[in-house]
Design a protein around this ligand. Structure first.
Ligand code: NDP
Length: 283
C-alpha cells in the first residue's frame, strides 16, 4: 500500500511558515501587497481568486482586487498592469487566466514586470528558471518539488518521467527536476509507447488533463506517483489524471485528488509573494 502524500497538511505547514516570516517582516515595517486582476465573472476563476485572497489574508499579505468587466479592452488592461508595475506599494501582480477571447493573454503576461511576476509565466522568469538563475517559478511545479522534498522523496539520480509538456506544468517541472539532479524524460501526445516510458519512472508526474488516464499498466512497482489533474467523475466527485484505485497498490507513495497537488499551488503563490520582498531585502 502506498504512503499518501498529504498536500493539505504540507501546504498548511508552508503557509504557517510564511505567516511567521510575514509577521517578522511586518514588525520591521515591510509590507507585502499582491494585486489580483480578474476580468469577467467566470465562476471557476472567481473561486480561484477568492481562495487566493483568503490565503493572503491568512498569511498577512495585503491583497488588492481589480474586478474588471468582461468587455474591457486589451489596451485598458495593459494600462492597468503598467500602472501596477510602476506602483512601488505593489510587490506581485497576478492576472487570473483564462482571459476573454478578445484579449491576447501572451501580451498581458509579457506586460507584467518580471520582478512582480508571481505566477512565473513571463518569458524572463521561464528563461531564468532554465538558466538556474533566481526568479519566480510557476506555482504548481514548484509545489510538487516541495511535496517531494517534505515527504522525504529523493530526486537526485532518479528516473523522473513527466506526462504532459504544458508551459505551466510539464515544462517548468522538467527544469525543476533537472535542477534537483533528477534524470528527466518529458512525454506528450506524440510519445510512442507511453507505457514503456512511464514504467521506467521512479517518480511519475502526470499532467495530461485526461480523467483517470494512467492505470496500473503505466506504473512501475514502488514508483512515487504525483497526480496534477483535476476532474469530476460521474458522481461529481473530484478525481485526477491517475486512476487512484489501480495506482495506489503499486506505488510507494502517491498524491490523492483532492488534497494532493491542488493546495500546494496557492501555498507556492504565497511563497512567491514573500520571495518578491526577500529578494528586495537581499539586494
Ligand atoms: P494541457 O492541456 O495544457 O497539457 C496537457 C499535456 O498532456 C499536453 O502536453 C499533451 O500533449 C499531453 N497529452 C494529452 N494527451 C496525451 C496522451 N494521450 N498521451 C501523452 N500525453 C498526452 O494541461 P495542463 O498542463 O494545463 O493541465 C493538466 C491537468 O492538470 C489538467 O487536468 C488541469 O486541470 C490540471 N492542473 C492542475 C493544477 C493544480 O493546481 N492542481 C494546476 C494546473 C493544471 P501535447 O503537448 O502533445 O498536446
Amino acid at each position: 500500500m502506498a504512503r499518501l502524500i498529504d498536500g493539505k497538511e504540507i501546504s498548511k505547514q508552508i503557509k504557517d511558515e510564511l505567516k511567521e516570516e510575514v509577521g517578522r517582516l511586518s514588525r520591521k515595517g515591510v509590507k507585502i501587497c499582491l494585486a489580483v486582476i480578474q476580468v469577467g465573472k467566470d465562476p471557476a476563476s472567481s473561486v480561484y481568486v477568492n481562495n487566493k485572497k483568503k490565503a493572503c489574508a491568512y498569511i498577512g499579505i495585503d491583497s488588492r482586487a481589480y474586478e474588471l468587466p468582461e468587455n474591457i479592452s486589451e489596451e485598458e488592461l495593459v494600462g492597468l498592469v503598467e500602472r501596477l508595475n510602476a506602483d512601488d506599494s505593489v510587490n506581485g501582480i497576478l492576472v487570473q487566466l483564462p482571459l476573454p477571447a478578445h484579449i491576447d493573454e501572451d501580451r498581458i503576461i509579457r506586460t507584467i514586470s518580471p520582478d512582480k511576476d508571481v505566477d512565473g509565466f513571463h518569458p524572463v522568469s521561464v528563461g531564468r528558471l532554465w538558466l538556474g538563475e533566481k526568479g519566480f517559478v510557476s506555482c504548481t511545479p514548484a509545489g510538487i518539488i516541495e511535496l517531494l522534498k517534505r515527504s522525504g522523496v529523493e530526486i537526485e539520480g532518479k528516473e523522473c518521467v513527466i506526462v504532459g509538456r504544458s508551459n505551466i506544468v510539464g515544462k517548468p517541472m522538467a527544469a525543476l527536476l533537472l535542477r534537483e539532479n533528477g534524470t528527466v524524460t518529458v512525454t506528450h501526445s506524440r510519445t510512442e509507447d507511453l507505457k514503456e516510458v512511464t514504467k521506467r519512472a521512479d517518480i511519475l508526474i502526470v499532467a495530461i488533463g485526461k480523467k483517470e488516464f494512467i492505470t496500473s499498466e503505466y506504473i512501475k512497482e514502488g514508483a512515487v506517483v504525483i497526480d496534477v489533474g483535476i476532474h469530476r467523475d460521474e458522481n461529481n466527485h473530484l478525481c485526477g489524471d491517475v486512476n487512484f484505485t489501480q495506482a495506489e497498490p503499486l506505488a510507494s507513495a502517491i498524491t490523492p485528488v483532492p488534497g494532493g497537488v491542488g493546495p500546494m499551488t496557492i501555498a507556492m503563490l504565497m511563497n512567491n509573494c514573500v520571495e518578491s520582498v526577500r529578494s528586495q531585502e537581499e539586494s
